[in-house]
Design a binder for this molecule. Sequence first.
Ligand code: MG
Length: 247
Amino acid sequence: MSDTTNTGKGRAGSPSFINVASLGRKNVRALLFDMDGVLFDSMKNHAEAWVRAMKANNLVMSHEDVYMNEGRTGEGTIDIFAQAQWGRAATAEEMQYIYKVKSNIFNTLPHVEPVAGALEVLQAVKAMGRQRVIVTGSGQKSLLERLESNFPGIFKAELMVTAFDVQHGKPHPEPYLMGLAKAGISAEEAIVVENAPLGVESAKGAGIFTIAVNTGPLPDKVLYDAGADIVFPNHFALLEALPELVR
Ligand code: MG
């Protein structure tokens, strides 16, 4: 391939040209993967479930709001919308109830498939001898339980950070700092693969080189503005660049 990759997608904003080889990193010991929108094509369902669950509880949330807030814990998302629209914090009971409604709606929606090319990227990372770590704000058990069947032999239970582990959730750096701690590595020895602006912010706050794969409707510019070091339009573009990025 050429040493420049067109990272634009023909969306809003001017296309970006980045020299991938100049971003190549040595001493990488692990890649830290977000789950929703990176491994599972689940964001459409999350957006639909959030919009409906919030509406049922007298809160207005648009589909775009869901993508802009992707990565927060469910409780954190509910609390932000309650503060803005109810003028007060949500109680613990309200947060648990609305999140349960959201999860129940999510589980009635069409089956979620893995994102095209995600398995190939994960297999390539494994073949390169690098660890694979999950760092997700999700507490959606139906997806967490599917990781092994959809991505066999890729992940280890002790190398996962989920909504059940963290106090703060993304965009706070805590989830990615915990991912580094679980893998026993420093920020310089890691690369993050994200799809959401708050996820990118969390990873960059933890000091980690961050690749965004833009699998959703937001323009690339939102991901660059959040701090992404490079944005790819899909996993196949990342797969092609991987040998240059991980030396
Ligand atoms: Mg995501």
